[in-house]
Ligand binder design. Structure first.
Ligand SMILES: Cc1cc2nc3c(=O)[nH]c(=O)nc-3n(C[C@H](O)[C@H](O)[C@H](O)COP(=O)(O)OP(=O)(O)OC[C@H]3O[C@@H](n4cnc5c(N)ncnc54)[C@H](O)[C@@H]3O)c2cc1C
Length: 447
């Protein structure tokens, strides 16, 4: 008899899971029901209009699990093929060259590689940085809808896979059998995949509350600033998508560059009762500045259990000093380093609108261990990126990256919590590959 398998959500990780079942031949053992909240295949995150469609191959970027490079390459190949790209050479040229060769309507896939230049790689390495190598393939926002449609049609061609769109899962009781309550009635499954992404946070919060034994407490929070400097400083690295580096500062804390936006803008990220900073780049409106986050990873151990609260309170402190819960502090790097409040800006003009910040002193916000780590990082960055520590470069405080609690698989029989809702991934690549690895039965290790 066929086993009943329920899949909640039809995003990247569900796609990886179903593909894993198909490739391993296990698909024939199941009757599969996909329960997706969107009203049809084009209403999931993957087809989202704002989605950039960049797929990376990298270790340590996009998730906190180990995904072997050959699995990552397979995932890229899968998306390329379903996006209408075809290879122009065979795999003997090496996997990256093979993937780079894919074309659609005579146009090569947009490809980028960080630290491909050996000299640059060595320079960073020599100065104590850990350069994170990565390759990226840019499918393009416009193509993603079609990609999704092709994948959906392929999966639908299996007669034992059915899709129920417009079905929101409201609650689950783990078994087996697993009972799933939806707006369209209840279902029972022998195996269950939960793949609801970040947008499924309501369901996940409910499950975490009901099953605390399946949740690993989080110990981390990343705290720092959004840093803004002239484009010309970063120009020598423009062929890299992002200068992704980590550095062990003199305090022992690891500091890293995150979310780089060439010719981009700094923006606010508003929460219910506090505000932090973020950045983005707009393909139409280019600015003269590049921004990126500089984040210090802070890890807490017993008895302190609330890293998120720690980050929130620092963000609130910055808002209090800025005089408004919707404002942040802006300071020049030179003033920050010399413990002076900024009263006047220099050559670098902020891209955040002037209503959203107050010129101030972020030294009043950060505990000294974090402050020292930030300064040490920028001073060392100057050795590899001349201009990184210009006096008038700007820093906005604070930027915080919260970690979600991680879901433990392997405790409940026949349960797979995959993708971003599991807390282990945060990218198309890692979510898809995690789904794939669970389906084929590969062991998944945390980083
Ligand atoms: C604007 C934006 C741009 C991004 N750009 C990139 C990028 O360029 N490259 C990259 O690697 N990553 C990008 N990401 C991140 C990437 O989208 C996610 O990491 C990835 O899609 C996670 O896959 P997932 O399967 O975990 O969740 P998702 O792909 O989000 O899929 C979850 C699915 O579950 C459904 N769902 C949610 N709750 C329920 C429920 N209760 N019942 C039924 N169905 C439910 C949702 O409708 C959705 O279809 C971007 C994210 C956003 C928001």
């Amino acid at each position: 008899m066929l086993k009943r398998l329920g899949i909640v959500g039809f995003g990247a990780s569900a796609i990886g899971f179903i593909n894993g079942l198909i490739e391993s031949g296990k698909v024939k053992d199941y009757r599969i029901t996909v329960l997706e909240r969107g009203k049809d295949y084009s209403h999931n995150t993957i087809s989202g209009v704002r989605m950039d469609g960049k797929i990376f191959i990298s270790h340590g970027m996009g998730g906190e699990i180990y995904i072997p490079l050959e699995i990552q390459a397979k995932t890229v190949e899968f998306y390329l093929k379903f996006s209408g790209y075809t290879p122009t050479v065979d795999k003997r040229v090496g996997i990256v060259n093979y993937l780079k060769s894919f074309e659609r309507d005579g146009r090569k896939i947009e490809f980028g590689e960080s630290f491909s230049d050996e000299e640059i790689y060595k320079r960073f390495y020599h100065h104590g940085f850990e350069p994170v190598k990565s390759y990226f393939f840019h499918l393009g926002t416009d193509i993603l809808k079609e990609t999704n449609k092709n994948i959906y049609e392929y999966f639908s061609s299996f007669e034992n896979i059915e899709f129920l769109f417009g079905t929101t899962v409201e609650d689950v009781e783990f078994g087996p059998p697993h009972r799933v309550h939806t707006n369209r009635g209840d279902f029972e499954f022998d195996e269950l995949v939960i793949a609801v992404g970040r947008s499924g946070h309501r369901l996940m919060e409910r499950l975490k509350e009901k099953y605390p034994q399946l949740v690993r407490p989080n110990q981390f929070v990343d705290i720092g600033v959004r840093y803004e400097l002239p484009n010309h400083v970063m120009d020598p690295f423009s062929d890299m998508y992002e200068v992704k580096v980590r550095y062990r500062t003199k305090t022992g804390y690891i500091c890293r560059i995150f979310c780089q936006n060439p010719a981009g803008k700094v923006t606010l990220e508003k929460y219910e009762d506090f505000t932090t900073v973020n950045g983005y780049s707009d393909s139409l409106h280019k600015t003269e500045n590049t921004n990126f986050a500089i984040l210090v990873t802070t890890r807490f151990t017993e008895p302190f259990k609330d890293p998120t609260g720690y980050g929130v309170n620092l963000a609130k402190l910055a808002n209090i000093l800025a005089g408004d819960k919707e404002k942040v502090i802006l300071q020049t790097y030179g003033d920050f380093k010399e413990f002076r409040r900024t009263k006047r800006l220099g050559r670098v003009h902020p891209t955040l609108d002037s209503e959203s910040y107050i010129l101030g002193d972020a030294n009043l916000v950060f505990p000294s261990k974090i402050r020292e780590s930030l300064v040490d990082f920028v001073e060392n960055l100057e050795k590899v990126i001349p201009g990184a520590s210009y006096f008038d470069n700007l820093l906005y405080a604070v930027e915080v990256k919260f970690y979600t609690n991680k879901f433990l698989n392997d405790i409940v029989e026949g349960l797979h919590v995959v993708g971003d809702c599991s807390g282990w991934t945060r990218s198309i690549q890692y979510a898809t590959s995690m789904g794939y690895m669970r389906a084929v039965g590969m062991k998944i290790q945390s980083l």
